[in-house]
Design a binder for this molecule. Structure first.
Ligand SMILES: [Zn+2]
Length: 383
């Protein structure tokens, strides 16, 4: 219909996300007989027995190709979305992108409020009281993710109630954003927290300096986390020198801008494995890893279900006037059909054939620069 606007890279990422989502559905589905047209009762039973992310993309009404004239966006309407930021590559990429935008806005506003206007961009970031703390636990190969997560979350709760964090809060902290990340490596599951700390550089006394990078502050951070981990696990977990890490402004800002699945995918092209041979849960879904990680991915799905991935301290979004939506709200907004008009219906059979072969992103890109007759012919190949 109109000139192509989806760049090749975006399209490649979308195809990759569709492929990973397809593996995720298979990993979480007890059987493979998903096609409608089989025994309806059996289909219904299976449908309600499987986890919600495995049903993501399945039709709830008739499939329709819809188009938004103002944005020239094509999408397929009539399917459900699971809104799982953890298990579903499709929904996760949408949620992560939205979160990334919210956090970027937060950093921009903070830098504007607390950076020195006379500084160049880099110095402004570095001098505006932004830090990124990372809190990790030592773990071994056979520890279940649920157990390690429980200790990590309990330790973080204690950490927020104790000396180091309380003194930041009392004196300089405007707010914080906690993000939970999970990777898997040679020592098993590696859940860890990144905590973005936004400090008030105006409350400093003359000639003093918030320097969370100083040896004293680093030591205080380490000792606080060490005690919290030990207390949260009744002494079972003892952190080593890698238990805490703190970075300053430009690293924190750079890190945040890389968040999200898009980055994981881009990184995946460069090196198949993550840091120190570890992989992300979505890398477990890649075709070459099929079967090898099936059980682990299910364990991951169950352990993360219902947990929040990103959480800001109370009132922070409002303080900076940033709209913030829950995972479900982000997906609802993106799935909303307002302003779209129906171009044509797509049969169940055609839709499910395209879904199973991860063809939907290619089809939507095709719609953007082809005529109605050509679109119909494309669909005929899947009839
Ligand atoms: Zn989903």
């Amino acid at each position: 219909m109109k000139k192509a606007k989806t760049s090749d890279l975006i399209l490649l990422n979308r195809i990759k996300i569709a492929e990973l989502t397809h593996s995720m559905r298979n990993f979480l589905t007890p059987t493979n007989s998903w096609n409608v047209g089989t025994n309806v009762d059996r289909y219904m039973n299976e449908f309600f027995a499987v986890p919600r992310p495995a049903k993501c993309g399945h039709l709830i009404s008739n499939a329709k190709l819809v188009h938004h004239a103002a944005t020239d966006d094509f999408k397929i309407s009539g399917h459900q979305s699971c809104a799982s930021v953890w298990a579903c590559p499709h929904c996760s990429s949408k949620i992560s992108e939205s979160r990334k935008n919210s956090v970027e806005q937060l950093l921009d506003k903070h830098i504007k409020d607390f950076g020195n206007p006379a500084d160049n961009h880099r110095d402004k970031i570095n001098n505006s009281g932004i830090f990124l703390a990372t809190l990790t636990l030592p773990h071994t190969l056979n520890q279940p993710l649920g157990d390690v997560l429980k200790v990590l979350q309990k330790a973080k709760k204690l950490f927020k109630q104790r000396g180091y964090f309380k003194s930041l809060k009392r004196n300089f902290l405007v707010g914080n954003v906690d993000s939970l990340e999970i990777t898997y490596g040679k020592n098993g599951w590696h859940p860890h927290y990144h905590i973005l700390l936004l400090m008030n550089t105006h409350t400093l006394l003359p000639n003093s300096k918030i320097n969370l990078m100083s040896a004293d502050y680093k030591k205080a951070l380490f000792e606080s986390w060490q005690k919290c981990v030990s207390d949260a696990s009744d002494g079972m977990f003892q952190i080593n020198k890698f238990g805490t890490d703190i970075r300053d402004g430009s690293f924190a800002a750079g890190y945040v801008s890389k968040w999200g699945l898009q980055h994981e995918l881009t990184k995946g092209h460069v090196s198949k494995k993550g840091k120190q041979g570890s992989i992300t849960p979505f890398q477990m879904l890649e075709p070459e890893n099929k079967d090898k990680y099936k059980t682990l991915f299910r364990e991951y799905y169950l352990a993360t279900k219902g947990k929040s991935q990103l959480r800001a301290s109370k009132g922070l979004w409002d303080l900076y006037g940033i709209d913030y939506n829950s995972d479900e709200e982000i997906i609802d907004i993106l799935d909303d059909d307002e302003g779209y008009i129906v171009v044509m219906s797509i049969s169940h059979k055609t839709y499910y054939k395209m879904l199973a072969s991860a063809t939907i992103p290619i089809f939507l890109a095709f719609c953007q620069n082809h005529s109605r007759a050509e679109i119909v012919r494309f669909l005929d190949d899947f009839a």
